[in-house]
Ligand binder design. Sequence first.
Ligand SMILES: NC(=O)c1ccc[n+]([C@@H]2O[C@H](COP(=O)([O-])OP(=O)(O)OC[C@H]3O[C@@H](n4cnc5c(N)ncnc54)[C@H](O)[C@@H]3O)[C@@H](O)[C@H]2O)c1
Ligand SMILES: [Zn+2]
Length: 363
Amino acid sequence: MKEIDVSGGSYTYKVYIDESTSNFNNALKNNDIQINNKFFIITDHQVHSIYRDKIDELFEEVNYKVLVIPSGEKNKNFNTIENIYKFLMENACDRSSTLVAFGGGIVGDLVGYVAATYMRGMKYISIPTTIISMVDSSIGGKVGYNFENIKNVIGTFYTPIFVFISIDFLRTLPNKEFINGIAEVIKYGIIKEKQLLYYLEHNLKSILSLDKDKLLYIIEKSLRIKHEVVSVDFKDKDYRNILNFGHTIGHGIEIVSNHGVAHGYAVALGMLVELKLSQYKLNFKKEDYDYIYYLMNSIGFPTKYKVDNMDLFMYAIKHDKKTENNQIKFSLVEEIGISKTGVVIDESLIEKAMEESIERRYL
Ligand SMILES: NC(=O)c1ccc[n+]([C@@H]2O[C@H](COP(=O)([O-])OP(=O)(O)OC[C@H]3O[C@@H](n4cnc5c(N)ncnc54)[C@H](O)[C@@H]3O)[C@@H](O)[C@H]2O)c1
Ligand SMILES: [Zn+2]
């Protein structure tokens, strides 16, 4: 089992990365958690249907209750948050209790938010079960939910007691969800480390067939890159924005597709558009654009998309958290591995970049 120490604001916590869950109980005991107090495990329907027995096995030594919430981005809203609060109240959850997020990024973001707010802050543990949640959402401390058609617009920063990653969970993850998460790994490669893109390219087959060592490598590498960025700017004042690469356009696509395009796929399309913007504004090389386009294609990402409601798309982009004083700001890349935050972009240039990348009307 590998351990990475992660600092989040004024706290430090451990991220464990392992091949299986056999060391989970040690993690529990080594992290200053009173195991004779109550545990409240929150998971979603799909994960619960597969891992009901696993939950029993992992928590057999403790007193726990499980709440199953509906799966899907459409349920990442206040209604679900309210149901979690009610469940905690009804079961006399108090500050000696521990919450557990058992699932993907949605469960993680919701439970983290509840942990941050219920009784002004509870202990919580994160057990991510998707690639996205393993390489991205489970570290960095951003928790929250969607409101009025804007992604993650209500939220705060809050960190878990520890994160336990077991790559065994990935064996049941549908292929579509697996690819979905690889988008974030590509993002880390583009913004910080070209080597990671080469690694993906050269080991694609074994990664897609869930080779343990290759998975452990990309997960650890991604987490270290994310941690390196977050530790410099936990509260996202500026530098951390580089992690938003591909996400401004990506969030717009998630909204206009009514979440029909999942997060990673939307971010992959968003990265192509934002690489085009990088070409216009920062002289990002065309051959590098072509290389990333080729890599995405070979992994199985769709690279074509037509926004059918441009007004809603622009509304979503303008309300993205990175917009300030009505100026739309992007985090772009000068070259692979070198990012630049706060690049102001006109609406008309966004449309041009869309046309010349994912719409490909003029190519
Ligand atoms: N907080 C952050 O910093 C941050 C970073 C990245 C993404 N996010 C958020 O994360 C969310 C996306 O995360 P996600 O892709 O993990 O979504 P998700 O939680 O919806 O999981 C995807 C699907 O896979 C299912 N699933 C999960 N684990 C499984 C397993 N092991 N086997 C079979 N099925 C499984 C889930 O039930 C769900 O249907 C978005 O809401 C995004 O905004 C947050
Ligand atoms: Zn993301």
